[in-house]
Design a protein around this ligand. Structure first.
Ligand code: URA
Length: 211
């Protein structure tokens, strides 16, 4: 199937999903937004109240910080793809339950297969735990693992995986905020640069081959 057709079908399925109880309390599902051919995917936990109202990811206070962080490394929100592990808001902003994550995960996996990002940034421990498990890595905790860059394969896609603190956790904690800013300026930027260099190196090698 054509990728655009597959994408459209996927978003339609998310918009009409009733596979888990979260569909009963949601106002809008939040599939994600950004470039469908983005090199970088940011993956959070689940929509909050503002996201539920608008159907867009990361548009509340945490989203404002995420946008600033993305811009701090010379990108725009529109350059990347932003989504969540779970596409509907858990009531009262509680953590998503394991069975909700398991039910929703196939949507994220299809998004990863279609976007084929070069870098995945997992925002917060829930996203970190799920992405590490998909990559066959052992999750410990964020204070140990944040900012580490791993070359892994997720759903058949070779990516650089970085976990960092959730912007919401950093809003009222200056120490976490410093770590988050540092991860963007150092490891996330480095991962993006390296993924671009490896593409241009591959292209050079191909040009040399055909000389
Ligand atoms: N927190 C998240 O994890 N995702 C959002 O979209 C908003 C807040």
């Amino acid at each position: 199937m054509d990728k655009n057709v597959e994408w459209k079908k996927l978003i339609e399925e998310i918009m009409s999903c009733s596979k888990c109880p979260l569909h009963r309390s949601r106002r809008n599902p939040v599939p994600g937004e950004g470039r469908v051919d983005a090199d970088i995917m940011f993956i959070g936990e689940a929509p909050g109240v503002r996201e539920d109202e608008t159907g867009r990811p990361f548009v509340g206070a945490a989203g404002k910080l995420l946008t600033e962080l993305i811009e701090s490394i010379g990108l725009k929100r529109g350059d990347v793809y932003i989504t969540n592990i779970v596409k509907c808001r858990p009531p009262g902003n509680r953590d998503p339950r394991d069975e909700e994550i398991d039910t929703c995960l196939p949507y994220l996996l299809r998004q990863i297969r279609l976007i084929e990002p070069k870098v995945i940034v997992a925002l917060g421990r829930h996203a970190g735990r799920v992405l590490y498990s998909l990559a066959g890595l052992r999750w410990a905790n964020m204070s140990v693992l944040h900012g580490r860059v791993y070359d892994v394969v997720v759903e058949g896609v070779r990516v650089k995986l970085v976990a960092t603190y959730h912007p919401a956790a950093a809003l009222y904690n200056p120490r976490l905020r410093d770590s988050l800013v540092g991860d963007f300026k150092n490891s996330i930027l480095k991962a993006i640069r390296e993924s671009r260099e490896s593409v241009s190196r591959k292209q050079t090698t191909l040009v040399d081959f055909f000389k």
